[in-house]
Design a binder for this molecule. Structure first.
Ligand SMILES: C[S@@+](CC[C@H](N)C(=O)[O-])C[C@H]1O[C@@H](n2cnc3c(N)ncnc32)[C@H](O)[C@@H]1O
Length: 287
């Protein structure tokens, strides 16, 4: 088991055992189309398979972790714990994002800045404004660790056999084969009108995307792929017509850290086509 390198909104560490309890006892390749911090992937350390996220900078980060871990660690050692440095780093990070066709040196720099900002920004929350710029102010930390040498080396090993994609989640229809397993953790539909749910990426994720995801889950089911999805209760009704899928509810603390974004305890639903008798372990009652 490897610790995730980045803190990410919607991180699944508290729900790991509930999620993996629904995985089949045996499967071939593992795919995670909404990767974020990749808590489930790093927990499993699967052999082969794929990861994907629509957030380009996040994907560059994992490519660098996989392909150039030592260069990344070395670059991480160049940062400073200082407010002015933070805002300069944030500007440089956004400037690099506007640069097309990055050199590998620029990709390493961008990855290193992402980790530095992730470890020193307010609440550790990645957010972009509508222009796709990272806009989180500096946080207050006594001794933030943005070097993360051991985690990067371990994550690099875990990612070694994984195909890395930067596209919409539908790529997985072509990538996954019978006997494989897909875990989907999309941006959530808000339970209340005040909850923000589409701040992960400037493009957001709406009810039509949730329907599209349901259709992809059904398509994968038809070709013999095991599917597990986490989501928020308002999405459960979309799966009512899918006979082979069960929807189960679980209470989860989804705050990114103890005082995180204030969402506190909320119910989550776990949706899967893996029959109870074929799961690693069953713990929850039917929804
Ligand atoms: C709930 S987070 C995943 C959290 C992750 N499971 C973890 O442990 O940190 C959702 C992720 O989906 C990505 N995303 C949003 N829309 C997407 C889309 N259409 N296709 C693929 N990824 C998308 C976001 O960039 C975000 O990183």
């Amino acid at each position: 088991m490897v610790d995730p390198v980045l803190k990410w909104a919607g991180g699944k560490r508290q729900l790991l055992s509930d999620i993996t309890a629904r995985f089949p006892t045996e499967y071939d390749r593992y795919h995670e189309p909404f990767f974020g911090g990749g808590a489930v992937f790093f927990h499993l350390e699967p052999d082969g398979g794929s990861m994907n996220d629509l957030n380009e900078r996040l994907v560059t980060f994992y490519e660098v972790v996989r392909d150039a871990p030592e260069a990344l660690i070395e670059e991480n050692r160049t940062h400073e714990h200082d407010d002015d440095y933070y805002y300069d780093a944030r500007d440089e990070f956004n400037e690099l994002h506007r640069t097309e066709e990055k050199t590998s040196k620029q990709a390493i720099r961008e990855a290193s800045l992402l980790l530095y900002l992730n470890r020193t920004c307010f609440n550790g929350l990645y957010r972009e404004n509508s222009d796709g710029e990272f806009n989180v102010p500096v946080g207050r930390y006594a001794d933030p660790d943005w070097i993360q040498a051991e985690r990067i080396r371990a994550a690099s090993d875990a990612l070694a056999g994984a195909a890395i994609h930067d596209e919409d989640f539908e790529y997985v229809v072509d990538e996954a084969e019978a006997g494989g397993l897909v875990y989907f953790d999309p941006p959530y539909q808000p339970v209340s009108t005040t909850a923000k749910f589409n701040d992960y990426h400037a493009e957001g994720f709406d009810r039509d995307d949730q329907r599209r995801l349901r259709d992809v889950a059904a398509e994968l089911d038809e070709v013999g792929v095991s599917v597990v999805l986490s989501n928020s209760p308002p999405v459960a009704e979309l799966y009512e017509g899918l006979e082979r899928f069960s929807v189960e509810v679980v209470d989860a603390t989804r705050a990114i850290n103890s005082d995180g974004d204030g969402r506190g305890e909320v119910a989550e639903v776990l949706i899967t086509n893996v029959p109870e008798g074929e799961r690693r372990r069953t713990t929850l009652s039917e929804f």
